[in-house]
Design a protein around this ligand. Sequence first.
Ligand code: KIV
Length: 285
Amino acid sequence: MSVHVKAKRVTVPDIRGRKGGEPVVCLTAYTALTAVLLDDTVDLLLVGDSLGMVLYGMDSTLGVTLEMMIAHGQAVMRGAKRACVIVDLPFGSYQESKETAFRNAARVMKEVGCAGVKLEGGVEMAETIRFLTERGIPVLGHVGLLPQSVNTAGGFRSLGRAEKEAEEIRADAAAVAAAGAFAMVIEGTIEPLARAITSEVSVPTIGIGASPACDGQILVTEDLVGLFSDFKPRFVKRYAELGAGIALAAKEYADDVRHRRFPTLDHCFGVNPADKTASPHKKAG
Ligand code: KIV
């Protein structure tokens, strides 16, 4: 008799408890396939709204809808049995009021079955974060560079060089932690600022373009494996070149099809074994 031992899922309190300890390993996942591949390796899978740009070819994350996040969240949950799965609340689904935020976050939690949600923003979002966490919705904060605010920020650039800007981001991080977020992403700040915030806040910081001192790190998986290769930001380290591999495989396939090298009779059904030694292009009689 074989006994199937179910892997214990990493929980929000597990992640929260990693402050100052073993680094929290996080990656994005948008599909069941990717979730299956990453599940054993990472602590946290983020169904990031970056999927709008990475999967759907949008110019920014602003066009991503709640329905898209729910569909991709469900796909990831089907593939991830062990990792803690967090789903991004998309632009427009939480900024209007804390009540709207709760309604949409609760819908994501119910329909996806994920462990929590992520939302972008600092001081201005603290009340909303408190409202959600006090009502049973774990929140992963996100401070520093906020992709959903790209239009007011005027583009993507690293933040915190000016003293005032650095102070604002520090205040954002403090407000997010005080409001009850179990951890926070710090994106695109100068390194000393992310390091300082990490030493100041009581919850784990998850860096992307931030600092090695953060309590954890996250990257977009497609960046890590070289699948999203329009550009490579400085903060990305590529561990594979799958994009080049896919393009090469497709070229070889196209060449085989054009030269009638694929399929061979080995790839076909109902072939008389004797025919396999004959010409693969012999017409069936
Ligand atoms: O949407 C996303 O993938 C993110 C991560 C890059 C942190 O927010």
